[in-house]
Design a protein around this ligand. Structure first.
Ligand code: ADP
Length: 262
């Protein structure tokens, strides 16, 4: 069997998948630190160990993400947009719109009926509407991003976070906390604010269903629900949504191998 590695070195997290020649993901690893840290190396080690393989067993490695150019052993580097689109189609073959919210940016991708990236819009200028915004809010609320979806589900009262800037939203949340607003209601308001920004990106593209959410923030069920409500259409997700970029990279690695042996 031939194996391929896809490594997505994000700003916030490092993701690695190992894929076999049948395009099946046989192992993966996510490390919650990204470019410029030990994260990429640890993600590679984690995935190899989970697969029971060594680096010598990997035919081709492709790297993507913000830190992709620092991966010396990668035979090729591929843009995040291409990898996310390809990984999203692997996760959900019928997908026509991908909404990817990562640690420091958010993107909406339009996919053609035959599964190719058509157009995209992106917010990489501002932390609001990204995973970073959620991390800042989690810290003030003394919780973790991984707990926020469950807390949101307990919300009974609708409150708005009106500030669009992360710094002002931080002050607004602190003031709500000190006036006794329930944490779960604040979290639901935070999720609606992230979802509103992502929905406006998607609307600029023209949202064609099925819609799939990718990136680490897709693991937050509160944001997924708020996004479906903001777009007024179902939003799909997948337990491997955070791996979409790494899966896309592994598919490019497999394609490169196919070309090299022809
Ligand atoms: P990047 O590729 O930009 O490094 P990711 O797509 O991996 O980022 O997303 C990282 C973000 O995903 C974090 O900022 C955090 O908000 C969110 N996240 C990661 N893991 C979880 C989790 N288990 N539950 C909820 N949110 C998560």
């Amino acid at each position: 069997m031939v194996y391929f590695m896809g490594l997505d070195v994000g700003s916030t997290a490092s993701k690695c998948v190992i894929m076999n020649d049948d395009e099946k993901v046989i192992a993966d690893a996510v490390i919650t630190v990204g470019a410029g840290t030990s994260g990429p190396g640890r993600a590679v080690e984690g995935a190899l160990t989970a697969a029971g393989l060594t680096q010598d067993d990997i035919a081709v490695t492709a790297a993507t993400g913000y830190g992709r150019n620092a991966i010396g052993f990668a035979a090729l580097t591929v843009s995040e947009l291409s990898c996310h689109a390809r990984g999203a189609v692997w996760l959900q073959p019928a997908v026509r719109t991908v909404i990817d919210i990562g640690g420091q940016d958010a993107k909406a991708l339009a996919i053609t009926p035959d599964g190719r990236l058509d157009r995209f819009v992106m917010n990489d200028k501002c932390a609001a509407g990204t995973g970073r915004f959620l991390e800042v809010m989690a810290r003030i609320l003394e919780t973790e991003p991984s707990e926020m979806g469950g807390l949101d589900a307990q919300s009974q009262k609708r409150i708005e976070i009106s500030s669009t800037c992360t710094v002002f939203a931080e002050s607004e949340v602190i003031s709500q906390l000190s006036s006794g607003v329930e944490i779960c209601d604040i979290i639901a308001g935070i999720h609606r604010s992230v979802a509103t920004r992502a929905a406006s990106l998607a609307k600029r593209l023209g949202t064609v269903p099925p819609v799939l959410m990718t990136g680490g923030v897709a693991r937050n069920g509160g944001v997924v629900r708020a996004l479906a409500s903001a777009l007024d259409i179902p939003v799909l997700t997948d337990e491997r949504s955070q791996l979409a970029g790494a899966i896309g990279a592994a598919l490019f690695a497999r394609e490169r191998y196919g070309k090299s042996i022809v």
